[in-house]
Design a protein around this ligand. Structure first.
Ligand SMILES: *Cc1c(COP(=O)(O)O)cnc(C)c1O
Length: 395
């Protein structure tokens, strides 16, 4: 099928929540994508921070095809090896002792909110209130949009879930002011993704941890976007020297196969018992086999170091552009999660980058987002920055 045909079928039958789309990608390999007309693109968006190892990584493809030919699904009424092995691998490389697997980011967030509330209810102290951050993003199910601190995502969906309040990000005094006796958890992204690539202050995240310890509150880190190697450590929180009680993962966890995960300490896991939470597809053998292959590839020597090096190089080059283009407000990020805040909407810039066969995306109206596969090279960074330089010069 050519793009026109794919477009007309899509526009006839898909509910229009994504707006007009004019490119149909049909194949990917490493950092390259090809459209239905055979044009090659350099992918600096990674399917929104998902294809961290690059498209169709051979080890992940191998794990998927082997598992797909062996056993695709049996339900959580039975044990399966890929799910057990993934939980073991993630536990060995994180603070978490126990995991619940779901199907996407939003369902990992749902699990974390349910676990936090049930943990305190099991302890006999009702502390259902959750403090979340303004400008955050946690997904599109009802609890997840309620937790999301951006009113535009709430429009028309009222009433929101009771018991979730929002405070300004990186503002300790505001957090203190919002603290009531019924607060059971604080939820935050160590790097806000959709909200505009805003990195948490180290002092702030440390003070939130100390506050949660002092006041007996659970700390939940949403690392759905900033986790899984994106900042050059397996998890973003490792960079701040602060550990949560609960973590949520998704996006890059299986390099493109749909999966979500919630990890927590042994103690907090006691909040759930038999029957208190479940998912038909959660922990699916094909998705967990893909995730295991993905995590193993990320842990290979040198892989994460390269993310730090290329990420620092990219940010340095973008800051160089900033000195020459007055419409760049700020370059923000860590590793290969990078935002370029502009004075005006970035949609025209993204369109011109696509014309030059480079894929990038927005993080809110005025922020250009780069979340490329973690295997990009300095040479590719040079090409993207030079192209952006031309695009900004022309606009
Ligand atoms: C993408 C994202 C989600 C939601 O994930 P879905 O898989 O789209 O449900 C939640 N939190 C953060 C930080 C995200 O970036």
């Amino acid at each position: 099928m050519k793009t026109d045909e794919i477009k007309s079928l899509t526009e006839a039958h898909i509910i229009n929540t994504y707006g007009a789309r004019n490119i149909a990608f049909v194949r990917g390999k490493g950092t390259s994508l090809w459209d239905a007309e055979g044009n090659e693109y350099l992918d600096f968006f990674g399917g929104i921070a998902v294809t961290a190892l690059g498209h169709c990584h051979p080890k992940v493809t191998d794990a998927i095809t082997k598992q797909a030919a062996t056993l695709v699904h049996v339900s959580n009424l039975y044990l399966t090896q890929p799910c057990a092995e993934l939980a073991d691998l993630l536990s060995k490389h994180s603070f978490a002792d126990r995991w619940f697997f779901s199907n996407c980011g939003a369902t990992a967030i749902e699990a974390s909110i349910k676990l936090a509330r049930r943990y305190w209810s099991q302890q006999g102290t009702l502390k259902p209130t959750i403090i979340s951050m303004q400008q955050s993003f946690h997904g599109r199910t009802m609890a997840a949009i309620t937790a999301t601190g951006q009113p535009k995502y709430h429009e028309g969906f009222a009433p929101m879930l009771p018991g979730i309040v929002h405070v300004p990000f990186n503002d300790h005094a505001a957090l203190m002011k919002a603290l009531t006796d019924d607060v059971g958890a604080v939820l935050l992204e160590p790097i806000q993704g959709e909200g505009g690539i805003r990195v948490v202050d180290t002092e702030y995240i440390k003070s939130v941890r100390a506050l949660c310890d002092a006041r007996n509150i659970l700390l939940i880190f949403d690392e759905i976007q900033c986790g899984m190697g994106r900042t050059g450590t397996l998890f973003a929180h490792e960079q701040f020297g602060v550990t949560p009680d609960i973590i949520t993962l998704a996006k890059a966890l299986a390099n493109g196969m749909p999966i979500g995960a919630m990890g927590c300490t042994e103690k907090v896991a006691s909040g759930f018992s038999v029957g208190s939470h479940a998912s038909t597809f959660g922990g699916n053998p094909v998705c967990t086999a893909a995730a295991k292959a993905t995590v193993e590839a990320m842990l290979e020597p040198g892989f994460l170091d390269n993310v730090k090096k290329v990420g620092a190089y990219f940010i340095e080059k973008l800051n160089g552009l900033k000195s020459r283009h007055a419409n760049i407000v700020e370059v923000r990020g860590n590793g290969l999660l990078i935002g370029v805040e502009m004075k005006e909407p970035v949609a025209p810039v993204i369109a011109k980058m696509l014309e030059a066969r480079i894929v990038c995306g927005p993080a809110g109206p005025n922020v250009l987002r780069f979340a490329p596969p973690l295997i990009i090279t300095n040479g590719q960074v040079d090409h993207v920055v030079a192209t952006l330089d031309k695009v900004l010069g022309a606009s």
